[in-house]
Design a protein around this ligand. Sequence first.
Ligand code: TYM
Length: 329
Amino acid sequence: MTSKKRIFSGIQPTGIIHLGNYFGAIYNWIQLLKKEKDLDVFCCIVDYHALTVFQKPEVLSENIKQLAKLYIACGLDPSRVTIFRQSAVPEHTELAWLLNCITPMAELERMTQYKDKSEQHKSNINAGLFTYPVLMAADILLYDTDFVPVGEDQKQHVELARVIAKKFNNLYGETFKEPGVYVNPVSARLRALDNPEKKMSKSASSEYNYISLTDTPDIVEKKIKKAVTDSGSEIKYGEARPAISNLMTIYSLATEMSIKDIEKKFIGKGYGDFKKSLTEHLVNFLKPIQKKLSAIDDNELEAILKNGGIEARKIASKKVAEVREKIGL
Ligand code: TYM
Protein backbone atom coordinates (compact mmCIF):
# COMPACT_ATOMS: atom_id res chain seq x y z
CA MET A 1 0.00 0.00 0.00
CA THR A 2 1.23 3.54 -0.72
CA SER A 3 1.70 6.35 1.82
CA LYS A 4 0.88 9.09 -0.69
CA LYS A 5 -2.85 9.48 -1.30
CA ARG A 6 -3.79 8.19 -4.72
CA ILE A 7 -6.59 9.17 -7.01
CA PHE A 8 -7.66 7.30 -10.11
CA SER A 9 -10.18 8.35 -12.69
CA GLY A 10 -10.95 7.87 -16.34
CA ILE A 11 -13.00 9.00 -19.29
CA GLN A 12 -14.17 6.97 -22.25
CA PRO A 13 -12.68 8.06 -25.57
CA THR A 14 -16.05 8.12 -27.25
CA GLY A 15 -16.00 11.32 -29.18
CA ILE A 16 -17.20 14.56 -27.77
CA ILE A 17 -15.72 15.59 -24.46
CA HIS A 18 -18.08 18.18 -23.06
CA LEU A 19 -18.38 20.62 -20.18
CA GLY A 20 -19.96 17.89 -18.03
CA ASN A 21 -16.88 15.70 -18.44
CA TYR A 22 -14.65 18.68 -17.77
CA PHE A 23 -16.37 20.04 -14.67
CA GLY A 24 -17.63 16.68 -13.40
CA ALA A 25 -14.23 15.00 -13.74
CA ILE A 26 -11.08 16.70 -15.13
CA TYR A 27 -11.60 19.98 -13.24
CA ASN A 28 -11.83 18.09 -9.95
CA TRP A 29 -8.66 16.13 -10.65
CA ILE A 30 -6.90 19.44 -11.19
CA GLN A 31 -8.46 21.03 -8.10
CA LEU A 32 -7.44 18.06 -5.94
CA LEU A 33 -3.91 18.29 -7.32
CA LYS A 34 -3.79 21.99 -6.42
CA LYS A 35 -5.09 21.34 -2.92
CA GLU A 36 -2.88 18.38 -2.07
CA LYS A 37 0.65 18.62 -3.34
CA ASP A 38 1.47 15.09 -2.29
CA LEU A 39 -0.99 13.25 -4.44
CA ASP A 40 -0.49 10.41 -6.87
CA VAL A 41 -2.87 10.86 -9.81
CA PHE A 42 -3.79 8.33 -12.49
CA CYS A 43 -5.71 9.68 -15.46
CA CYS A 44 -6.81 6.81 -17.60
CA ILE A 45 -8.20 6.76 -21.12
CA VAL A 46 -10.61 3.89 -20.67
CA ASP A 47 -10.57 2.55 -24.20
CA TYR A 48 -11.75 -0.96 -23.27
CA HIS A 49 -14.87 0.55 -21.74
CA ALA A 50 -15.59 2.38 -24.99
CA LEU A 51 -16.02 -0.95 -26.78
CA THR A 52 -19.33 -1.71 -25.07
CA VAL A 53 -20.78 0.40 -27.89
CA PHE A 54 -19.52 -0.38 -31.41
CA GLN A 55 -16.66 1.95 -32.39
CA LYS A 56 -15.20 2.34 -35.87
CA PRO A 57 -11.53 1.35 -35.41
CA GLU A 58 -10.05 4.41 -37.10
CA VAL A 59 -12.37 6.73 -35.18
CA LEU A 60 -11.58 5.04 -31.87
CA SER A 61 -7.84 5.39 -32.30
CA GLU A 62 -8.24 9.08 -33.17
CA ASN A 63 -10.51 9.61 -30.16
CA ILE A 64 -7.98 8.00 -27.84
CA LYS A 65 -5.31 10.45 -29.02
CA GLN A 66 -7.69 13.39 -28.86
CA LEU A 67 -8.71 12.59 -25.28
CA ALA A 68 -5.09 12.24 -24.18
CA LYS A 69 -4.37 15.63 -25.75
CA LEU A 70 -7.38 17.12 -24.02
CA TYR A 71 -6.18 15.88 -20.65
CA ILE A 72 -2.93 17.75 -21.21
CA ALA A 73 -4.58 20.82 -22.75
CA CYS A 74 -6.90 21.09 -19.74
CA GLY A 75 -3.89 21.38 -17.48
CA LEU A 76 -2.95 17.86 -16.44
CA ASP A 77 0.81 17.92 -16.47
CA PRO A 78 2.29 14.59 -17.61
CA SER A 79 5.35 15.15 -15.46
CA ARG A 80 3.06 15.31 -12.43
CA VAL A 81 0.30 12.79 -13.27
CA THR A 82 0.23 9.43 -15.01
CA ILE A 83 -1.72 9.61 -18.25
CA PHE A 84 -2.23 6.24 -19.90
CA ARG A 85 -4.42 4.02 -22.05
CA GLN A 86 -6.29 1.29 -20.21
CA SER A 87 -5.49 -1.15 -23.03
CA ALA A 88 -1.75 -0.58 -22.49
CA VAL A 89 -2.09 -2.35 -19.14
CA PRO A 90 -3.54 -5.85 -19.71
CA GLU A 91 -3.81 -6.34 -15.95
CA HIS A 92 -7.04 -4.33 -16.12
CA THR A 93 -8.82 -7.05 -18.07
CA GLU A 94 -7.13 -9.85 -16.16
CA LEU A 95 -8.29 -8.47 -12.83
CA ALA A 96 -11.73 -7.77 -14.27
CA TRP A 97 -12.13 -11.47 -15.06
CA LEU A 98 -11.02 -12.51 -11.59
CA LEU A 99 -13.43 -10.01 -10.02
CA ASN A 100 -16.24 -11.10 -12.35
CA CYS A 101 -16.09 -14.47 -10.68
CA ILE A 102 -16.97 -13.02 -7.27
CA THR A 103 -19.45 -10.35 -8.38
CA PRO A 104 -23.11 -11.29 -7.92
CA MET A 105 -25.29 -10.86 -11.03
CA ALA A 106 -27.86 -9.16 -8.82
CA GLU A 107 -25.39 -6.34 -8.03
CA LEU A 108 -24.85 -5.71 -11.74
CA GLU A 109 -28.56 -5.88 -12.50
CA ARG A 110 -29.10 -2.98 -10.09
CA MET A 111 -26.79 -0.62 -11.98
CA THR A 112 -28.80 2.28 -13.35
CA GLN A 113 -26.35 3.00 -16.14
CA TYR A 114 -26.72 -0.56 -17.42
CA LYS A 115 -30.48 -0.18 -17.41
CA ASP A 116 -30.31 3.19 -19.20
CA LYS A 117 -27.73 2.11 -21.75
CA SER A 118 -29.46 -1.14 -22.60
CA GLU A 119 -32.60 0.89 -23.15
CA GLN A 120 -30.66 3.26 -25.47
CA HIS A 121 -28.85 0.51 -27.40
CA LYS A 122 -31.51 -2.18 -27.69
CA SER A 123 -29.81 -3.75 -30.74
CA ASN A 124 -26.48 -4.22 -28.95
CA ILE A 125 -27.01 -5.25 -25.34
CA ASN A 126 -23.73 -7.12 -25.02
CA ALA A 127 -22.15 -8.91 -22.09
CA GLY A 128 -19.51 -6.17 -21.86
CA LEU A 129 -22.17 -3.59 -21.13
CA PHE A 130 -23.38 -5.75 -18.27
CA THR A 131 -19.97 -6.44 -16.71
CA TYR A 132 -18.65 -2.93 -17.44
CA PRO A 133 -18.74 -1.91 -13.73
CA VAL A 134 -16.49 -4.86 -12.88
CA LEU A 135 -13.86 -3.62 -15.32
CA MET A 136 -14.22 -0.22 -13.70
CA ALA A 137 -13.75 -1.81 -10.27
CA ALA A 138 -10.60 -3.49 -11.59
CA ASP A 139 -9.31 -0.11 -12.86
CA ILE A 140 -9.75 1.39 -9.43
CA LEU A 141 -8.66 -1.51 -7.23
CA LEU A 142 -5.45 -2.26 -9.15
CA TYR A 143 -3.91 0.97 -7.90
CA ASP A 144 -4.88 0.96 -4.19
CA THR A 145 -6.91 4.05 -5.00
CA ASP A 146 -7.95 6.29 -2.11
CA PHE A 147 -10.42 8.48 -4.03
CA VAL A 148 -12.19 8.34 -7.34
CA PRO A 149 -13.32 11.79 -8.51
CA VAL A 150 -16.31 11.35 -10.83
CA GLY A 151 -19.65 12.85 -11.73
CA GLU A 152 -22.87 11.73 -10.08
CA ASP A 153 -23.63 9.10 -12.75
CA GLN A 154 -20.53 7.07 -11.84
CA LYS A 155 -21.02 7.10 -8.07
CA GLN A 156 -22.93 3.84 -8.04
CA HIS A 157 -20.09 2.12 -9.92
CA VAL A 158 -17.50 3.30 -7.39
CA GLU A 159 -19.73 2.05 -4.59
CA LEU A 160 -19.83 -1.32 -6.33
CA ALA A 161 -16.02 -1.30 -6.46
CA ARG A 162 -16.09 -1.01 -2.66
CA VAL A 163 -18.49 -3.94 -2.40
CA ILE A 164 -16.27 -6.07 -4.63
CA ALA A 165 -13.12 -5.09 -2.71
CA LYS A 166 -14.76 -6.01 0.58
CA LYS A 167 -15.95 -9.33 -0.78
CA PHE A 168 -12.50 -10.23 -2.14
CA ASN A 169 -10.83 -9.22 1.12
CA ASN A 170 -13.28 -11.38 3.08
CA LEU A 171 -12.67 -14.38 0.87
CA TYR A 172 -8.91 -14.17 0.41
CA GLY A 173 -7.56 -11.80 3.07
CA GLU A 174 -6.80 -8.06 2.98
CA THR A 175 -5.77 -7.26 -0.62
CA PHE A 176 -7.66 -4.23 -1.90
CA LYS A 177 -8.12 -0.76 -0.49
CA GLU A 178 -11.78 0.26 -0.39
CA PRO A 179 -11.93 3.39 -2.54
CA GLY A 180 -13.74 6.55 -1.57
CA VAL A 181 -15.73 8.52 -4.09
CA TYR A 182 -15.28 12.26 -4.63
CA VAL A 183 -18.18 14.07 -6.25
CA ASN A 184 -18.16 17.86 -6.53
CA PRO A 185 -21.72 18.83 -5.58
CA VAL A 186 -21.72 21.88 -7.85
CA SER A 187 -20.73 20.07 -11.03
CA ALA A 188 -21.91 16.55 -10.22
CA ARG A 189 -24.52 16.52 -12.93
CA LEU A 190 -24.55 19.20 -15.58
CA ARG A 191 -27.80 19.02 -17.47
CA ALA A 192 -28.42 18.91 -21.19
CA LEU A 193 -28.80 22.35 -22.77
CA ASP A 194 -31.73 21.16 -24.85
CA ASN A 195 -33.49 19.27 -22.07
CA PRO A 196 -32.79 20.01 -18.40
CA GLU A 197 -34.49 16.75 -17.43
CA LYS A 198 -31.51 14.89 -18.89
CA LYS A 199 -27.79 15.03 -18.19
CA MET A 200 -25.31 16.52 -20.62
CA SER A 201 -24.13 13.47 -22.51
CA LYS A 202 -21.57 12.40 -25.12
CA SER A 203 -24.02 9.98 -26.65
CA ALA A 204 -26.80 12.53 -27.09
CA SER A 205 -28.47 12.47 -30.49
CA SER A 206 -28.41 16.26 -30.84
CA GLU A 207 -25.32 18.45 -30.62
CA TYR A 208 -27.49 21.05 -28.90
CA ASN A 209 -27.32 18.81 -25.81
CA TYR A 210 -23.78 19.87 -24.88
CA ILE A 211 -20.92 22.31 -25.28
CA SER A 212 -17.86 20.40 -26.43
CA LEU A 213 -14.41 21.49 -25.29
CA THR A 214 -13.56 21.92 -28.97
CA ASP A 215 -16.58 23.99 -29.98
CA THR A 216 -15.67 27.13 -31.92
CA PRO A 217 -16.99 30.54 -30.74
CA ASP A 218 -19.71 30.46 -33.43
CA ILE A 219 -20.93 27.08 -32.30
CA VAL A 220 -20.89 28.07 -28.63
CA GLU A 221 -22.96 31.12 -29.50
CA LYS A 222 -25.45 29.08 -31.53
CA LYS A 223 -25.83 26.44 -28.82
CA ILE A 224 -26.26 28.91 -25.96
CA LYS A 225 -28.77 30.90 -28.02
CA LYS A 226 -30.79 27.73 -28.56
CA ALA A 227 -30.44 26.48 -24.96
CA VAL A 228 -33.79 25.87 -23.32
CA THR A 229 -34.87 28.32 -20.58
CA ASP A 230 -37.69 28.19 -18.03
CA SER A 231 -40.85 30.22 -18.08
CA GLY A 232 -40.42 33.73 -16.68
CA SER A 233 -37.46 35.91 -17.48
CA GLU A 234 -35.53 36.35 -14.24
CA ILE A 235 -31.97 35.16 -13.78
CA LYS A 236 -32.72 33.33 -10.56
CA TYR A 237 -31.48 29.98 -9.32
CA GLY A 238 -33.91 27.42 -7.95
CA GLU A 239 -35.13 23.84 -8.13
CA ALA A 240 -38.26 24.87 -9.98
CA ARG A 241 -36.10 26.51 -12.68
CA PRO A 242 -33.79 23.67 -13.81
CA ALA A 243 -32.83 25.12 -17.20
CA ILE A 244 -31.64 28.57 -16.09
CA SER A 245 -30.15 27.08 -12.92
CA ASN A 246 -28.05 24.75 -15.06
CA LEU A 247 -26.86 27.65 -17.23
CA MET A 248 -26.07 29.62 -14.08
CA THR A 249 -24.07 26.69 -12.73
CA ILE A 250 -22.08 26.61 -15.96
CA TYR A 251 -21.61 30.39 -15.73
CA SER A 252 -20.41 30.04 -12.16
CA LEU A 253 -17.98 27.22 -13.00
CA ALA A 254 -16.53 29.05 -15.99
CA THR A 255 -16.11 32.39 -14.19
CA GLU A 256 -15.69 31.28 -10.55
CA MET A 257 -18.44 33.78 -9.65
CA SER A 258 -20.91 32.67 -6.99
CA ILE A 259 -24.53 32.04 -7.93
CA LYS A 260 -25.56 34.92 -5.65
CA ASP A 261 -23.21 37.32 -7.49
CA ILE A 262 -24.52 36.13 -10.83
CA GLU A 263 -28.08 36.78 -9.67
CA LYS A 264 -27.05 40.26 -8.57
CA LYS A 265 -25.24 41.00 -11.81
CA PHE A 266 -28.37 40.23 -13.83
CA ILE A 267 -31.03 41.92 -11.73
CA GLY A 268 -33.36 43.72 -14.11
CA LYS A 269 -31.84 41.96 -17.13
CA GLY A 270 -33.25 39.11 -19.17
CA TYR A 271 -32.20 35.81 -20.72
CA GLY A 272 -30.76 37.56 -23.79
CA ASP A 273 -28.21 39.54 -21.75
CA PHE A 274 -27.38 36.54 -19.62
CA LYS A 275 -26.85 34.27 -22.63
CA LYS A 276 -24.66 36.84 -24.37
CA SER A 277 -22.45 37.14 -21.31
CA LEU A 278 -22.36 33.35 -20.79
CA THR A 279 -21.29 32.88 -24.41
CA GLU A 280 -18.44 35.39 -23.99
CA HIS A 281 -17.22 33.71 -20.82
CA LEU A 282 -17.41 30.24 -22.30
CA VAL A 283 -15.51 31.29 -25.41
CA ASN A 284 -12.80 32.82 -23.19
CA PHE A 285 -12.78 29.76 -21.00
CA LEU A 286 -12.34 27.37 -23.95
CA LYS A 287 -9.80 29.49 -25.84
CA PRO A 288 -6.65 28.54 -23.87
CA ILE A 289 -7.62 24.84 -23.83
CA GLN A 290 -8.11 24.86 -27.60
CA LYS A 291 -4.87 26.76 -28.16
CA LYS A 292 -2.91 24.25 -26.09
CA LEU A 293 -4.70 21.36 -27.75
CA SER A 294 -3.60 22.40 -31.22
CA ALA A 295 0.02 22.75 -30.10
CA ILE A 296 0.51 19.20 -28.79
CA ASP A 297 2.79 17.17 -30.98
CA ASP A 298 1.72 13.62 -31.93
CA ASN A 299 5.14 12.08 -31.30
CA GLU A 300 5.43 13.75 -27.93
CA LEU A 301 1.96 12.47 -27.08
CA GLU A 302 2.91 8.91 -28.03
CA ALA A 303 5.93 9.11 -25.72
CA ILE A 304 3.76 10.41 -22.85
CA LEU A 305 1.24 7.60 -23.29
CA LYS A 306 3.94 4.97 -23.59
CA ASN A 307 5.65 6.18 -20.46
CA GLY A 308 2.32 6.43 -18.61
CA GLY A 309 1.53 2.83 -19.55
CA ILE A 310 4.89 1.63 -18.26
CA GLU A 311 4.46 3.48 -14.96
CA ALA A 312 0.90 2.23 -14.47
CA ARG A 313 1.88 -1.31 -15.34
CA LYS A 314 4.59 -1.39 -12.68
CA ILE A 315 1.89 -1.00 -10.03
CA ALA A 316 -0.81 -3.03 -11.73
CA SER A 317 1.40 -6.06 -12.35
CA LYS A 318 2.41 -6.23 -8.68
CA LYS A 319 -1.22 -6.12 -7.61
CA VAL A 320 -2.25 -8.83 -10.04
CA ALA A 321 0.65 -11.04 -8.93
CA GLU A 322 -0.55 -10.64 -5.34
CA VAL A 323 -4.13 -11.46 -6.37
CA ARG A 324 -3.08 -14.55 -8.34
CA GLU A 325 -1.14 -15.84 -5.37
CA LYS A 326 -4.01 -15.23 -2.96
CA ILE A 327 -6.44 -17.02 -5.26
CA GLY A 328 -4.12 -20.00 -5.66
CA LEU A 329 -3.25 -19.56 -9.32
P1 TYM B 1 -17.67 8.81 -18.90
O1 TYM B 1 -16.66 8.69 -19.98
O2 TYM B 1 -19.09 8.60 -19.27
O3 TYM B 1 -17.59 10.24 -18.22
C1 TYM B 1 -16.36 10.75 -17.76
C2 TYM B 1 -16.53 11.55 -16.50
O4 TYM B 1 -17.42 12.66 -16.72
C3 TYM B 1 -18.47 12.63 -15.76
N1 TYM B 1 -19.69 13.16 -16.41
C4 TYM B 1 -20.39 14.19 -15.93
N2 TYM B 1 -20.24 14.98 -14.86
C5 TYM B 1 -21.11 15.97 -14.66
N3 TYM B 1 -22.16 16.21 -15.49
C6 TYM B 1 -22.37 15.45 -16.58
N4 TYM B 1 -23.38 15.70 -17.40
C7 TYM B 1 -21.46 14.38 -16.84
N5 TYM B 1 -21.37 13.45 -17.82
C8 TYM B 1 -20.27 12.71 -17.53
C9 TYM B 1 -18.61 11.17 -15.39
O5 TYM B 1 -19.27 11.01 -14.16
C10 TYM B 1 -17.18 10.73 -15.37
O6 TYM B 1 -16.58 11.09 -14.14
N6 TYM B 1 -17.29 4.49 -16.46
C11 TYM B 1 -16.74 5.81 -16.58
C12 TYM B 1 -15.27 5.82 -16.95
C13 TYM B 1 -14.41 4.96 -16.06
C14 TYM B 1 -13.91 5.34 -14.81
C15 TYM B 1 -13.11 4.23 -14.38
C16 TYM B 1 -14.06 6.47 -14.01
C17 TYM B 1 -13.95 3.73 -16.35
N7 TYM B 1 -13.15 3.28 -15.35
C18 TYM B 1 -12.47 4.25 -13.14
C19 TYM B 1 -13.41 6.48 -12.77
C20 TYM B 1 -12.63 5.38 -12.35
C21 TYM B 1 -17.47 6.55 -17.68
O7 TYM B 1 -18.09 5.96 -18.53
O8 TYM B 1 -17.29 7.89 -17.67
